[in-house]
Design a protein around this ligand. Structure first.
Ligand code: PLP
Length: 391
């Protein structure tokens, strides 16, 4: 039986936890559970199974009985493999500067807790992934949101007015969830200028790096003067569809990676060994296989955004697997639009305000579903919008 009684909530649960809102995305998904007619463009989850070679390596490891803890930092071969892999994005590092985490989610929590003193200002460009603000707050930081509306691109001029807060940390995420924006080297240099001028640390969430459709992904850690002040976070959830295996990593300078490892060894001990073995195998996937996966997402993006742009204002996403159309023209708020679309047409999207205030007026559509579902979803959306416009 569920236990509810006892002390009042205000005494049992910490004030900080009470102060953070539940995830705006999750709340919305409760509405979808159990509805078979719904096409969900809601969850940020790849629509393909983990490539077979990866699954096979994990099955084989279980057959061999490899079920123990690993070293706190993670398997050495995996850490060395990641250091080698990151050369692709311009970063020269070694396995000693890599920590294997249980997803980027853990990496983010560790990074924030490792560098923040109570009251330190954390700059968070929005719209952004839902975890940044609550985790910065739980780490006793002071998160300050920066609106990147209208073009959703961060640059020196947008950042400049925030110098007065003497910020310590900037979180960047590109390709971006939910906007699909990514940055060229020149744009990253512009952001790096602000970071260096203000003697800050960057937490760079590069989880969608492999899913870059415009140019090549460049890590901000690879720029002059940035390696010693950047914590790179990445993982296997998105590019390799390994969401359920909870496996990611952080790359950071000695002092920071040691601090993160200290927290990790108390709260996590190590990432699951089976997932680490799968990750090791993922790194062996041929470049052509990644090209094939990327091309498939790009085909869906092109199809979906072209159709969507006929009835909603939408920018072409440059990476990840999200489109972020404006719904202002319909006269509905993001939440009204998402709720009515779900109830009236059975299509789930996420209201843009779940990603920060400046996401109001937009909705996030994850196009990581089958082509068949995507076609059906966009048709239903068109009918819904056309009806609203004619009412
Ligand atoms: N960072 C971003 C930008 C994401 O979109 C997500 C998941 O949607 C995560 C981090 C969480 O990743 P992981 O599954 O590695 O914890």
């Amino acid at each position: 039986m569920r236990r509810t009684g006892g002390l009042p909530l205000s005494r049992k649960v910490s004030e900080r936890v009470q102060a953070i809102p539940p995830s705006g995305i999750r709340r919305f998904f409760e509405l979808v559970i159990g509805r078979k007619d719904v096409i969900s463009l809601g969850v940020g989850e790849p629509d393909f199974s983990v490539p077979w070679s990866i699954r096979e390596s994990m099955i084989y490891s279980l057959e061999k009985g490899w079920t123990s803890y690993t070293s706190n930092k993670g398997l050495k071969e995996l850490r060395d493999g990641i250091a080698e892999y990151y050369k692709k994005f311009g970063v020269e590092t070694c396995g000693e500067n890599v920590l294997i985490t249980t997803g980027v989610s853990e990496g983010l929590d560790l990074a924030l807790r490792a560098v923040i003193n109570p009251g330190d200002v954390v700059l968070i460009p929005e719209p952004c992934y839902v975890a940044y603000k609550p985790l910065a707050f739980l780490a006793y930081g002071e998160p300050i949101s920066i609106s990147t509306n209208p073009d959703f691109r961060l640059n020196y001029d947008t950042l400049k007015p925030y110098s007065k807060f003497e910020p310590k940390v900037l979180i960047v995420n590109y390709p971006n969830n939910p906007t699909g924006v990514t940055y060229s080297k020149k744009e990253l240099e512009d952001i790096a200028d602000f970071v260096i001028e203000n003697d800050m640390i960057v937490i760079s969430d590069e989880i969608y790096a492999e899913l870059t459709y415009r140019g090549k992904h460049i890590s901000i850690a690879s720029l002059n003067g940035m390696e010693e002040r950047t914590i790179v976070l990445n993982g296997f959830s998105k590019a390799y569809a390994m969401t359920g295996f909870r496996i990611g990593y952080a790359i950071a300078p000695d002092d920071i990676i040691q601090a993160m490892t200290k927290i990790h060894q108390y709260c996590m001990l190590c990432a699951p060994i089976t997932s680490q073995i799968g990750a090791l195998e993922a790194l062996k996937l041929k470049e052509e296989e990644m090209d094939r996966i990327r091309a498939e997402y790009m085909r869906k993006r092109n199809f979906f955004v072209k159709k969507l742009s006929k009835f909603l204002d939408v920018r072409m996403p440059e990476g990840a697997f999200y489109a972020f159309p404006s719904v202002r023209e319909t006269g509905l708020t993001s939440e009204e639009f998402a709720e009515r679309l779900l109830i009236e047409k059975g299509v789930a999207v996420v209201p843009g305000n779940a990603f920060g205030k400046c996401g109001e007026g937009f909705v996030r559509c994850a196009y990581a579903v089958s082509m068949e579902k995507l076609k059906e979803a966009v048709e239903r959306m068109e009918e819904f919008v056309e009806k609203l416009k004619s009412d």
